[in-house]
Design a protein around this ligand. Structure first.
Ligand code: SF4
Ligand code: SF4
Length: 441
């Protein structure tokens, strides 16, 4: 096992709260009666529907494709009929264009057997398959995977990093994927290496998942193949260890310059679950139509790691997980550090949803907001070396346009500053507002 690595600046240690689900094997959720597929599942322009109301579709059929920008196609997670091409509640925005499918419970799902020997395909053919499978970074912001696999020609890449850190509290979906699908992840890593035309891959896992470290090491050993050098690196537990720049610095010692992509230091980063989706897309011909999410928090009766169809509504998940408890105080899509509270259970799971948290009153902080006491804790916590305090002061003084000097576009909204702030200042919201206004000015 390697030395325990981490990034040098900032970071915090929130309670891990993973014990609710880390030992629970992934369960497959029964098909809901209908699914809501949001057309903008990824960064960039939303997809354009290629189906009409009342049309019948089979599992895996194309529903929408990209006409412009960076996007990826969207496929039917189930067989059924198109109930509507309209809009639905959105996890962040009020509503968004979507396609509703009424599930056909009698339809036979495809077997999605492992039928393709990826070794026989060229890098270009593999890349096309990744694109056609509709794969985006499913552990993060939703950047199309095929785009990340084509780094600019002037920044040659020599290292692939797989992110298995899963540093957000509560979430255990990647942990379970590494325990239950290790061989597919390693095979997916080789496919990514072939596309990139490089040999070296390191899989970064935090030390609080020793079983995943052992399982992945065994899978790597078993899958050794000339031309590939894959290893597992043990990381210290520190939030936000799984963010791209921090992971790169922890494992390679390379520092990505401000406003640059990881390829600027010769690295491409993909999440372990995205890598499993690459395996499925290439070898099984299975598009990204379902994903493992963590359902956790003391506000849900039966926490779980669930394999759900993309488009499953939170209400259906609540029903499957035995309902909510009386002291439920907040529902969050994503982790407690970077997720978003939602006000309706009608919102659907998207390709980027990693978890749904049902937080009880004693799991949320209800301390009242007060004035900045200039303690400097937010500066110490920021992994990017920013000054959240100053950004907040400028925003409150209606000078958001003048905050670019503080490097606001380097902020990836990890929430470490807000987490440590004793005055409970909404520092991430301040940065978001500053970015919005700076872009407009
Ligand atoms: S949210 Fe932004 S400013 Fe706050 S700690 Fe994270 S990177 Fe720094
Ligand atoms: S942590 Fe909060 S109170 Fe302390 S300096 Fe930063 S904004 Fe001010």
């Amino acid at each position: 096992m390697s030395a325990h690595l981490t990034f040098p600046k900032g970071g915090v240690h929130p309670p891990e709260a993973k014990e609710l689900t880390e030992k629970l094997a992934v369960e497959t959720m029964p098909l809901p009666a209908e699914l809501e597929l949001i057309l903008g599942q990824h960064i960039g322009a939303p997809c354009t529907p290629v189906v009409k109301r009342k049309e019948e579709v089979a599992e895996g059929d194309l529903l929408a494709e990209t006409k412009r920008g960076l996007g990826v196609p969207l496929h039917a997670p189930v067989a059924g009929s198109i109930k509507a091409v309209g809009s639905s509640p959105h996890p962040i925005r009020v509503s968004a264009p979507s396609i509703t499918i009424k599930t056909d419970p009698e339809a036979q799902a495809p077997a999605w057997e492992a039928a393709v020997d990826w070794h026989q395909l060229s890098s270009e053919e593999l890349l096309q398959k990744v694109h056609q499978a509709g794969i985006i970074g499913i552990g993060g912001a939703g950047f199309p995977t095929h785009v990340k696999l084509k780094p600019p020609a002037d920044t040659p890449v020599d290292t692939l990093l797989l992110n298995g850190a899963e540093c957000e509290p509560y979430i255990t979906a990647d942990h379970r994927m590494m325990l239950e699908k290790a061989e597919e992840i390693v095979e997916g890593a080789k496919i990514l290496l072939k596309i990139l035309g490089i040999k070296a891959c390191a899989i970064g896992i935090e030390e609080n998942k020793p079983d995943a470290i052992g399982t992945m090491e065994a899978a790597v050993q078993k899958a050794q193949e000339p031309g590939f050098t894959i290893g597992v690196e043990t990381l210290k537990v520190k939030y936000p260890q799984g963010s791209e720049k921090q992971l790169i610095q922890a494992i390679t010692g390379r520092k990505v310059p401000a406003m640059a992509l990881p390829s600027a230091v010769g690295v491409v980063v993909h999440n372990v679950s995205t890598t499993k989706a690459v395996y499925d897309g290439v070898v099984r011909g299975k598009p990204l139509i379902e994903k493992v999410i963590t359902v956790s928090g003391r506000g849900i009766n039966k926490p779980a790691n669930l394999l759900v169809k993309i488009g499953t509504k939170v209400q259906d998940i609540v029903d499957f997980c035995g309902g909510t408890t009386e002291d439920l105080a907040r529902v969050v899509l994503g982790g407690p550090m970077m997720g978003f509270a939602v006000s309706t259970l009608d919102v659907p799971i998207t390709k980027t949803t990693s978890s749904v948290l049902f937080l009880s009153e004693d799991e949320i902080d209800t301390t009242e907001l007060s004035n900045c006491i200039r303690c400097g804790w937010c500066l110490e916590a920021c992994p990017m070396g920013l000054e959240p305090k100053e950004i907040g002061i400028y925003v409150e003084a209606n000078r958001a346009e003048d905050t670019e000097q503080f490097g606001i576009f380097e902020c990836f909204e990890c929430g470490s500053c807000a987490y440590v702030c004793p005055a409970k200042r909404p520092l991430v919201q301040f940065v978001r507002l500053a970015k919005m206004k700076a872009k407009r000015s």
